[in-house]
Design a protein around this ligand. Structure first.
Ligand code: GDP
Length: 608
């Protein structure tokens, strides 16, 4: 903290308490989900009245279920009560906990955040590339690799932040979650094509978000380009150029030839100046997750847009329901940063799970504050999905099938990246067996976490892991809560096993059993034997003649055999929990400190 000015905490005495639900006469005032029993007490109804009302609408709940704000509103209407759903906080950060109002004295101008939208093929990607490579500023030269999905450009000492995802999806996804990240929309319209359906869509999005538009009339190098036609067509959409008495800047450009780009950047700066964008660099940061994924060897990696405050590489961050200490913070050129201010996009690693794009994030000074909020958010997520899950009880399964009911099996999918999570989801959804329906309640990238197991427990779900392994803690929790975790590496095998299980045909004769786990704590490279992993046995036993796999942040990196195993200088046949050993893997050398070597064996399962 030495020479850095003390920052204003996101909690402490500024905290506005999120108030619980209460009644004002016949009006229910509430902020979040409400438990059935609490709602009954507030509305002076019996719990049975609420349970019955929902049952008649096809929703099975118990007194401990938590009802979504929408369901609460419906119930109020049904029972003749007024209701008022109060948004958690009135600035861009819905953390409730972290409602502090910036002192106007602390506010400083910040760069604008810009999104590029427009009809397909009108040149969005080409424009993004043209901007990125234009007027290369010092320090940036030579680095063309784009490490994260957003970047900053400096023009005459002023910065502009560009969100890199062309198209409307990212923009809409953020907006549908109530997050506003963009200050200005660049609407790309091809001068030879004019206004098209997605042009109008983009205008609607920008209007709904109350964000000013700058029109970039592209492909002006083409002989068939017609600037006037574009202006007229947009006039019909109420996007009015200055010469027609409006206030929208039209900038003719050729993204391909790189002409007009500087004028476009100037137009952005002029517009930004009028918006008088300010933020407070003196507070702990908050903002939005632009994208996130599980990175091999690094763990969960999230691109964040800091919307207010300053983030440093010593802060504790909560993003969605994930939290952790920032282990490394980088900019778009993969350069490590110590701190980053408002409107800066950064990538961080150090979170305990992968948040979702559109999640908000907030930084804290202490781990305690971050952990408290993350735990609360994990709990709320679980309660919300419990409220919406269809409450399958395994003991009822038999009866339901006998009565010809459709049995719903809740499923959680975790995979090494979001692509395979979606692929697994897609395949599972295609399984078609009479009387059984798969209800996928979560499909995301990242290792299986304790919160997945808690969610599975709350909603009677089974967990499918694809190309990942849970760690010991997660396994223990799953064992205790009797949650089934199915791990697969091949989609085909996953489908086959699932189908068989659903048909009640599965009689597994062999089951994989983990015999022990060792943590790699040191690495030596020896020219003759390759990489030697200095290991500490965390649990169980690993034998020299057995199959093992190498895990990095829960992802399977390698599966094979132990080549050599030594204790001090002597060859040993096995190593047990609490002991150290040196191991090499057969034909595999890319071992790193922190990796886990896991021994496993197929054991016979007695049926019946
Ligand atoms: P997007 O779908 O909006 O991202 O459009 P692209 O950037 O992929 O561009 C679509 C096509 O238009 C590509 O073949 C580009 O080379 C071309 N294009 C983009 N900008 C220009 C331009 O300024 N002039 C010309 N002649 N072609 C362009």
């Amino acid at each position: 903290m030495s020479n850095e000015k003390r920052r204003i905490s996101n909690v402490a005495h500024h905290t506005k308490k999120a108030s619980g639900p209460y009644m004002e006469g016949r009006k229910l005032i509430y902020q979040g989900p409400i438990k059935v029993s609490d709602l009954a007490r507030l509305l002076k109804l019996s719990e049975a009245q609420i349970i019955k009302n929902l049952f008649m609408k096809g929703q099975m709940v118990t007194i401990n279920n938590v009802l979504s704000p929408e369901t609460v509103a419906e119930l109020c209407l049904d029972f003749n009560f007024d209701y008022d759903f109060v948004e958690e906080s009135d600035d861009d950060c819905d953390f409730g906990l972290a409602h502090i109002v910036d002192n106007p004295k602390d506010l400083k101008p910040r760069p604008p955040v810009v999104t590029i939208m427009g009809h397909v093929d009108h040149g969005k990607t080409t424009l993004i590339d043209a901007i990125r490579s234009s007027s290369i500023v010092s320090g940036e030269a030579g680095s063309i690799t784009q490490a994260i999905g957003a970047y900053q450009k400096e023009i005459n000492g002023k910065k502009i932040t560009f969100i890199d995802t062309p198209g409307h999806e990212a923009f809409t996804a953020m907006r549908s979650r109530g997050t506003k990240v963009t200050d200005i929309v660049i609407l790309v319209v091809a001068a030879d094509d004019g206004v098209m359906p997605q042009t109008i869509e983009a205008i609607d999005h920008a209007r709904a978000a109350e964000v000013p538009i700058i029109v970039a009339v592209n492909k002006m190098d083409k002989p068939s380009a017609d600037l006037q036609k574009v202006k007229n067509e947009l006039l019909a959409q109420n996007v009015i150029a200055e010469e027609y008495g409006g206030d929208v800047i039209f900038q003719p450009i050729s993204a391909k030839k790189g002409t007009g780009i500087e004028q476009l950047l100037d137009a952005i700066l002029v517009t930004a100046e009028m918006l008088e964008l300010h933020a407070n660099p003196r507070r702990y940061a908050y903002g939005t997750v632009l994208e996130a994924r599980l990175e091999r060897g690094e763990g969960p990696k999230a691109t964040l847009l800091i919307q207010n405050g300053t983030l440093t590489n010593r802060d504790f961050v909560v993003a969605g329901a994930a939290y952790g200490k920032v282990r490394r913070m980088t900019n778009e050129h993969n350069k490590a940063l110590k701190s980053a201010g408002p409107a800066t996009p950064v990538a961080i690693i150090g979170l305990d799970e992968v948040p979702e794009a559109g999640d908000n994030f907030i930084a804290f000074e202490t781990e305690k504050e971050a952990k408290e909020l993350a735990t609360k958010r994990k709990q709320i997520r679980i309660e919300e999905s419990r409220g919406s899950s269809e409450g399958l009880k395994l003991s009822d399964l038999h009866k339901q099938i006998a009565e010809g009911e459709t049995v719903v099996v809740n499923v959680i999918i975790k995979a090494d990246n979001s692509g395979s999570a979606e692929a697994v989801r897609g395949s599972l959804e295609k399984i078609n067996i009479d009387g059984v329906r798969l209800n996928i309640i979560r499909a995301s990238a990242g290792q299986i976490t304790e919160s997945d197991v808690l969610l599975a427990s709350a909603s009677n779900a089974v967990i499918f892991g694809f190309n990942i392994r849970p760690n010991n803690q997660v396994r223990d929790l799953a064992d205790r809560l009797k949650i089934e975790i199915h791990l697969h590496r091949v989609i085909y095998a996953l489908l086959e096993q699932t189908e068989k299980a659903l048909r009640g045909l599965l009689k597994p004769e062999f089951e994989e059993k983990v015999t022990g786990q060792a943590e790699v704590r040191a690495i030596w490279h020896a020219s003759k034997v390759g990489t030697i992993a200095g290991c500490y046995m965390l649990s169980g036993i690993i034998r020299r003649d057995q199959t093992v796999r190498l895990l990095r942040d829960g992802v399977i990196i390698y599966e094979g055999e132990v080549a050599t195993m030594k204790h001090v200088k002597n060859d040993v046949k096995e190593s047990r929990a609490g002991y150290e050993c040196g191991m090499t893997l057969l034909n595999y050398n890319d071992i790193k400190e922190g990796d886990i070597i896991e021994g496993f064996a197929m054991v016979e399962v007695k049926n019946g």
